[in-house]
Design a protein around this ligand. Structure first.
Ligand SMILES: [Zn+2]
Length: 160
């Protein structure tokens, strides 16, 4: 896997499990973690404020989480987007919840930026296009610094 800032990430097995066990790290660090979840910049995509919330244990289906865990996961999602709103990073979001066989369950918090509207009419219908565009256009040091800064701001708010 190639990281958001173009570095090779090496891990064995499931990436969600490996990240939860700190078998690989991102240069921007984790924005939040507890015993059950991690929350950080998406590992691969250089879109600022694009966060991923993932359980630490291997879960493929929403129903495998306890009610408490589901509530906690969505509290983390809500808190993250609230912080991003307060800090004027972004005002609206797409939440992408992926439940796939043999894939580690996760929620994406994808800020909706104007540049996305310039590429397509519907972000969800064209998410592959958006990701490709980000990979081709946002791999630069200024953007990596911004990603790091946003992670630090979110972390600070979670630590309060
Ligand atoms: Zn896993």
């Amino acid at each position: 896997m190639i990281s958001y800032n173009n570095k090779e990430i090496v891990y064995k097995g499931c990436p969600g499990c490996a990240y939860g066990k700190h078998e690989f790290e991102l240069d921007c660090g984790m924005a939040y973690e507890n015993e059950r979840f991690t929350m950080s910049q998406d590992w691969e995509l250089p879109i600022k404020g694009f966060f991923i919330v993932s359980p630490k244990r291997h879960v493929e289906k929403l129903c495998e989480l306890s009610e408490e865990e589901r509530n906690e996961m969505f509290s983390i999602v809500n808190k993250t987007s609230s912080i991003l709103r307060e800090k004027n990073t972004c005002d609206s979001f797409e939440y992408v919840f992926e439940e796939k066989e043999k894939r580690h369950l996760h929620v994406w918090i994808l800020p909706r930026y104007n540049w996305m509207n310039d590429i397509c009419e519907d972000v969800i219908d064209n998410i592959g296009l958006i990701f490709e565009y980000a990979k081709n256009n946002f791999r630069d040091n200024n953007n990596y610094e911004e990603i790091k800064k946003i992670t630090e701001v979110v972390k600070e708010e979670f630590d309060k």
